[in-house]
Design a protein around this ligand. Structure first.
Ligand code: SIN
Length: 328
């Protein structure tokens, strides 16, 4: 009997993994130049895998926005719904990878593996890490699909990170550019693409996608940082601008000091914002540990999320995701 292997759909969005430069040096290159099809051609180790590709976007991920996320989530959802598809792999830039991974974790009904990957060096660099990462991502996707594991993960430098906790933690290192903010990796990738590590994959965050109204613009949520001398003038300017523009500010995430503490000058401005209907959440500007809830809290703590991820969580909260109630 001819049993066909499940298809792995590889969606391209750009990033340094698809970047090219005029020489092998590390810094002079442009992100998002090669198609996802071209990226796969540079990975001969995947010959024999049933791959399908789709270019969803071609951007430097610093320019990520809601419309690209919508298109991406829709394509992932369509692929996951196909019976012949075992898993989805996404090539992405590293700069907002943590945001996309977290958002997909919250939005998708990911009953199959969704594996994001990226690169710290352009495809033309002498140190290009994209081919290995893409190879690992596809092998991890296959390995997980064969075992019925589901959910959103990130594979970088041979390490599998949970999509809801991953973050960029070094601006140029290749081997430790990402970590879990204190959370352990889910596993390590062997040369054959198997995953070492028995940590169960996190259950998918939920089918938030189904309660989003695609035509509704996302609420405006901004991030403000607490620092020495923070006096709240930035918050006041945001409130004044949103009144002038008639586009209400929905929320503010504070990247607080330490365990989410906020300068007293900034606190006063945030209280004023709250009185005007703006939701305030607290995260930390510290790389690991996050901000845990305490009984005495006035504003909710964002747990282990980075400020950028907490911004998305607050946007989803304002949009009513998950349908009908709060969820971490
Ligand atoms: C990007 O995020 O698209 C550029 C930087 C990178 O991928 O490392």
């Amino acid at each position: 009997m001819d049993v066909k292997s499940p298809v792995v759909v590889v969606l391209g969005t750009g990033g340094t993994i698809a970047g090219t430069g005029s020489g092998p040096d590390e810094v002079s290159y442009r992100a998002a130049q090669l198609s996802v099809e071209q990226l796969l051609q540079a990975v001969p180790g995947l010959a024999g895998v049933a791959l399908e590709t789709l270019q969803v976007a071609q951007i430097d991920s610093k320019d990520m926005d809601w419309s690209v996320w919508q298109a991406l989530a829709q394509q992932v959802q369509l692929a996951l719904a196909r019976r012949d598809v075992g898993a989805v792999v996404i090539t992405h830039g590293t700069d907002t990878l943590e945001e996309t991974a977290y958002l997909l974790h919250r939005l998708l009904d990911a009953h199959k593996p969704v594996v994001l990957t990226a690169a710290m060096r352009a495809a033309t660099s002498a140190q290009a890490d994209g081919p290995r990462n893409l190879h690992d991502a596809v092998r991890v996707a296959e390995h997980a699909a064969a075992r019925g594991w589901a959910g959103v993960v990130v594979v970088m430098a041979g390490v599998v990170w949970p999509g809801h906790a991953v973050r960029k933690s070094h601006t140029w290192h290749i081997d430790d550019a990402f970590d879990g903010g204190g959370d352990e990796p889910l596993g390590h990738v062997t040369d054959s693409g198997a995953i070492l590590g028995n940590v169960p994959w996190p259950s998918p965050g939920g089918a938030g996608w189904s309660c989003l109204d695609a035509a509704r613009p996302p609420p405006r949520v901004e991030i403000v940082t607490s620092h020495a001398g923070a006096d709240g003038r930035l918050v006041e300017a945001l409130l004044a601008q949103s009144q002038r523009a008639g586009h209400a500010l929905g929320g503010l995430v504070v990247a607080g000091t330490g365990h989410g503490t906020i300068h007293q000058g900034l606190t006063r401005a945030l209280e004023k914002a709250e009185q005007q209907g703006v939701k305030v959440w607290r995260s930390s500007r510290v790389a690991r540990g996050g901000v845990q809830s305490r009984e005495s809290d006035h504003w909710p703590a964002a747990g282990t999320l980075t400020a950028a991820q907490a911004r998305l969580a607050l946007m989803l909260d304002l949009l009513g995701v998950p349908c009908g109630g709060m969820k971490d």
